[in-house]
Design a protein around this ligand. Structure first.
Ligand SMILES: [Zn+2]
Length: 95
């Protein structure tokens, strides 16, 4: 991964595209990105809602598959996800 870090540090601008975000998402989640690039990622997350949703969905799917593996007999939760409720409430407060 050394070549990758060097490449990113030298050529990646402060703002990255959604395509770049997606390409390096795994390295980000596994903590393989250097601090500077993590900041760039967080910056993109702040400004890009689509990537926020993408990351949230990705994390959720990882979590769900982990849980399913731990307890295959566990019933699926039927409650509305808390962050969805918060998002709806926040949207209502904005108008
Ligand atoms: Zn994006």
């Amino acid at each position: 991964m050394k070549w990758l870090r060097g490449m990113m540090l030298n050529h990646m601008p402060l703002m990255i595209t959604c395509r770049q975000f997606e390409a390096f998402l795994l390295a980000y989640l596994e903590g393989e990105l250097p601090e500077k690039q993590r900041l760039v990622f967080k910056l993109h997350l702040k400004v890009c809602r689509e990537c926020r949703d993408y990351l949230a969905a990705y994390r959720r799917s990882v979590e769900v598959s982990k849980r399913a593996f731990e307890d295959p007999d566990r019933p699926l939760p039927d409650a509305v996800p808390e962050d969805l409720v918060k998002a709806v409430l926040a949207a209502r407060n904005e108008s």
